[in-house]
Design a protein around this ligand. Structure first.
Ligand SMILES: Nc1nc2c(ncn2[C@@H]2O[C@H](COP(=O)(O)OP(=O)(O)OP(=O)(O)O)[C@@H](O)[C@H]2O)c(=O)[nH]1
Ligand SMILES: [Mg+2]
Length: 371
């Protein structure tokens, strides 16, 4: 920049840097929820995704535990830092659906959790400490679909439909290692078709900008073509060819979790962490939370209006009673008028008698007593 340019330089070009610095100082929040049938590897996958430490103390459930399992939601938090950027990650692990749990109870608990976070945010936003709100809203729901069936099950359709207007759903095809390449392709196509047929709104990946470079565009195309992401979860490290690989070792070979040819795990992690985290947060805030806020305010207002109408009604005069009283008064007036007329008639008669020759003793008609 030469001297002339310096003079014309106002300084707002540093705005992005200022925003960047402020955001870095504040840190980032992200909440991820996993939902799906029991035993599909939800806990294993989130462990593989971020939390290798989180589940190390966990004991595998025994058969009895499975039968007696109740719906309870576990929230795990961890703070990770990379190049000075702090991310507070919250993982909401939900117990899978199974035969012992009623489908309605599953929806109820999940919906309640998501709505409770919106409610909390709404209250914080209207409170005194708006600047330091902790955002616990669920930004993404990884929905696990079974590889054993023929696409979506009824419970999947119902659950996704309960959740789709409240949270960004990203569908996953679980335990992809049990399917061959062709089966995987057919299963993915069927799942996407069923999602469309059932009018389920899953998270829509935004179009990438036209000025992005070709590599990025290609990566974006691959990402979109991978939905539902076929995942393999595993927390064991195996040795292969002198290298340590995270994978599942079978007698016939190793399924490598981090190999994009074996599954979409890397693409999913990249999407969640490096490319679409902010968009997931924006859609949560601008679409799902706004929906909640609008509905909540409308319900509050109609509640207040009803209350006001009720109050008005309670304090208003009783029109029926008033009408009755008016009628009675009219009747009384008419009666009095009639009596006055009769009285006047009688006095007239008495006057006539007074003027007659045999004058009887005058009688005083005293008011109404005679009538
Ligand atoms: N073949 C295969 N097995 C897996 C995979 N991921 C997890 N498993 C196994 O599946 C079993 C269940 O895994 P979990 O992670 O506990 O499943 P979950 O979905 O959390 O189950 P719930 O907590 O009951 O809802 C474990 O024995 C895992 O080792 C996978 O990608 N492929
Ligand atoms: Mg689990």
């Amino acid at each position: 920049m030469n001297g002339e340019d310096d003079d014309e330089y106002i300084g707002f070009a540093t705005l992005p840097e200022q925003v960047h610095r402020k955001a870095v100082r504040k840190g980032f929040d992200f909440t991820l929820m996993v939902v799906g049938e029991s035993g599909l590897g939800k806990s294993t996958l989130i462990n593989s995704l971020f939390l290798s430490e989180l589940y190390k103390d966990r004991e595998l459930p025994s058969v009895n535990d499975l039968i007696q399992r109740t719906v309870s939601i576990e929230k795990k938090q961890l703070e990770i830092e990379e190049k000075g950027v702090r991310l507070k990650l919250t993982i909401v692990d939900t117990p899978g659906f199974n035969d012992t749990v009623n489908a309605d109870d599953c929806h109820k608990a999940l919906l309640e959790y998501v709505e409770q976070q919106f409610k909390q945010y709404f209250e914080d936003e209207s409170g005194l400490n708006r600047r330091n709100i902790v955002d616990n809203r669920v930004h993404c729901c990884l929905y696990f679909i079974s590889p054993y069936g023929h696409g979506l099950r009824q419970i999947d359709v119902e659950t996704m439909k309960k959740l789709h207007h409240k949270v960004n759903i990203v569908p996953l095809l679980a335990k992809a290692d049990i399917l061959t390449k062709q089966e995987l392709k057919a299963m993915k196509d069927r799942i996407m078709q069923e999602i469309e047929d059932n009018k389920i709104h899953v998270y829509e990946f935004p179009d990438c900008d036209s000025d992005e470079d070709e590599d990025f565009k290609q990566q974006d195309r691959e990402l979109k073509a991978s939905i539902p992401f076929a995942v393999v979860g595993c927390n064991t490290v195996v040795e292969a060819g002198g290298k340590k690989i995270r994978g599942r070792a079978y007698p016939w070979g190793i399924v490598e979790v981090d190999n994009p040819d074996h599954c979409d795990f890397v693409r999913l992690r990249q999407m969640l962490i490096s490319t679409h985290m902010q968009d997931l947060k924006d859609v949560t805030s601008d679409v799902h939370y706004e929906n909640y806020r609008a509905t909540h305010i409308r319900t509050q207002m109609s509640g207040t209006q009803k209350e006001r109408v009720k109050l008005k009604r309670d304090s208003a005069p009783n029109f029926e009673a008033v009408a009755d009283t008016d009628k009675l008064l009219e009747q009384k007036d008419a009666e009095i008028l009639r009596m006055q007329q009769m009285l006047a008639q009688m006095q007239e008669q008495l006057k006539v008698k007074d003027t007659s020759p045999q004058k009887p003793q005058q009688k005083h008609v005293n008011g109404l007593g005679k009538l």
